[in-house]
Design a protein around this ligand. Structure first.
Ligand code: ATP
Ligand code: MN
Ligand code: MN
Length: 366
């Protein structure tokens, strides 16, 4: 037993964007439990609860050592009553009874399976469950009409639920670079998302495309997609055009966290190695890929917004709004006090405007 006096107390900011969160997590037993409850809340459309558990999990990820006693948590922000109860349960019993019963529940299992289909969100999954559909077999025989995304998602279910490796992300990066070079010389491709933060695997691969000459990027996405499509690289794609200019509510205040860049949600057909294909041996796999095109003038904001983590992004916007009276989006930073947009050509400049110490991508794993 350690006495109260020997317990080292942590001093941690309540904003994840003021913390350095690497992938080196000393409390994965606790963060796994809290993340599962966050996920369960999100799957049940309880967003407030979801965020509370995400913030608690992110706080635990940022601690420099393993927590072994509740007394170490005294004075820490972001830990609500419910999260503390879960942590206490894990510290005392090795597992949280709430997490265990959630994992075992028929509803949670069904929500996981159904939302594991690309194109299926929590609302659709909930509707299907209410109609007695709990798994893929039941869905296939239900006669439910699936949209194009969901059909693709179901068809490539196993591949898309297999984590994407960094090597696969790099292979896809080369293909995207080639496509972009072929349709518009001088275009640039940046790897964003979890891989930019140093993650070794991901659920998809995220790319941001731009051109150093403002305006040249207009119309780029359909050309890139056509190039990829004609060479058989795409199993599915849905391109959405840029709606930034026509938006009425102001660029820095999107209706949701969704930005308005021209984008493509796709499923790539990635050939593995040089093996021979046979009836029983498939030589390719399906991989989810997000492509986004940004004008160079918004590129720094787009890179920052697409690098994540999702919670880090949320916290940056909360910091900007609550502490600085500014509105941050993946397009721009607006200063509400000076009533003007703040231009930036690098992420470092954006952190500086926000009065934050620069946090590199590898430390944004909140
Ligand atoms: P994973 O390894 O699971 O893919 P990730 O961090 O890359 O993890 P993504 O879901 O690919 O997660 O999201 C990457 C980043 O892109 C996040 O920061 C997220 O905020 C941003 N993002 C994702 N979808 C959108 C969207 N529709 N509009 C704006 N930004 C988005
Ligand atoms: Mn990603
Ligand atoms: Mn993505």
């Amino acid at each position: 037993q350690i006495s109260e006096a020997e317990v080292a107390l942590f001093s941690v900011s309540s904003y994840a964007c003021q913390r350095r969160t690497t992938l080196d997590n000393h409390n994965s037993n606790l963060t796994d439990a809290l993340s599962l409850l966050a996920e369960n809340a999100e799957l049940n459309n309880e967003d407030g609860r979801g965020v509370a558990f995400r913030r608690a999990a992110a706080l635990m990820k940022a601690l420099p050592t393993q927590v072994i006693s509740m007394s170490q948590l005294r004075g820490l922000p972001c830990l609500g009553e419910h999260s503390l109860r879960v942590i206490k349960d894990v510290l005392e019993n090795g597992v949280s009874s709430e997490v265990e019963s959630t994992k075992q529940s028929k509803r949670y299992k069904a929500l996981k399976i159904l939302t594991g289909i690309f194109g299926v969100g929590a609302k659709t999954a909930d509707r299907w469950i209410r109609e007695g559909i709990y798994n893929l077999e039941q869905l296939r025989h239900s006669g439910q009409t699936l949209n194009r995304a969901q059909k693709s998602g179901l068809e490539h279910y196993d591949d898309l639920n297999e984590p994407v490796t960094k090597a696969e992300a790099d292979a896809i990066g080369e293909i995207v670079q080639k496509a972009v070079d072929s349709v518009l010389t001088g275009s640039q491709v940046a790897l964003t998302g979890g891989f930019r933060r140093g993650k070794l695997t991901g659920h998809d691969v995220d790319f941001l495309i731009t051109h150093p000459e403002e305006g040249k990027e207009v119309g780029l996405m359909p050309k890139v997609v056509a190039w990829l499509e004609s060479r058989g690289f795409l199993l599915y794609q849905k391109t959405t055009r840029n709606s930034y200019l026509e938006s009425k509510d102001g660029p820095a205040r999107p209706a949701s966290n969704m930005d308005r860049f021209e984008r493509c949600f796709s499923i790539f057909k990635l050939t593995k190695g040089k093996e021979q294909e046979t009836a029983s041996h498939k030589i390719w796999r399906a991989v989810r890929v997000d492509l986004v095109v940004s004008p160079i003038s918004q590129f720094a904001f787009a890179v920052l917004g697409w690098t994540g983590s999702k919670l880090f992004e949320r916290e940056l916007r909360r910091w900007a709004g609550h502490e600085k009276n500014m509105s941050l989006s993946s397009h721009a930073l607006f200063d509400n006090t000076q009533n003007k947009y703040l231009r930036a050509t690098s992420e470092e400049e954006i952190f500086a405007y926000l009065g934050l110490e620069y946090i590199p991508p590898s430390e944004r794993n909140a």
